[in-house]
Design a binder for this molecule. Structure first.
Ligand code: FES
Length: 114
């Protein structure tokens, strides 16, 4: 089980939900299932509307690596740099932005900023 806490100025208060490890749900599907007011359009990693910030609460984050679509869209929109992509791939440093429709929820507690 993983605690996924959503926070946003659009929400009256933070919302923590429990995601079951191994279900392979995207962060977007978890947010939609709990009526979190997350923006999205394509649901396929192409539009960038679901960009969110994810903070892993553990010392050793698990869901670090970006999909190819995330690299392309987030780089094109200026949300991450080439260096940050390299840091994620080579040094296991979590990137500052992700795409909720591409991010698979792992068995780790995370804070999601919309
Ligand atoms: Fe379009 Fe996620 S909804 S990139």
């Amino acid at each position: 089980m993983a605690d996924v806490t959503f926070t946003s100025p659009k929400m009256a208060k933070d919302l923590t939900v429990y995601a079951t490890a191994g279900d392979c749900h995207t962060l977007l599907s978890v947010a939609k299932a709990h009526k979190v007011p997350i923006e999205f359009e394509c649901e396929n990693g192409e539009c960038g509307s679901c960009a969110i910030q994810v903070v892993a609460m553990a010392d050793t984050p698990m869901a670090i690596h970006l999909t190819e679509k995330e690299k392309t869209v987030l780089r094109f929109s200026g949300k991450i740099s080439k260096q940050q992509i390299e840091d994620a791939e080579v040094r296991d440093m979590p990137p500052p932005w992700r795409l909720a429709c591409q991010y698979i929820v792992r068995d780790e507690d995370i804070l999601v900023r919309l």
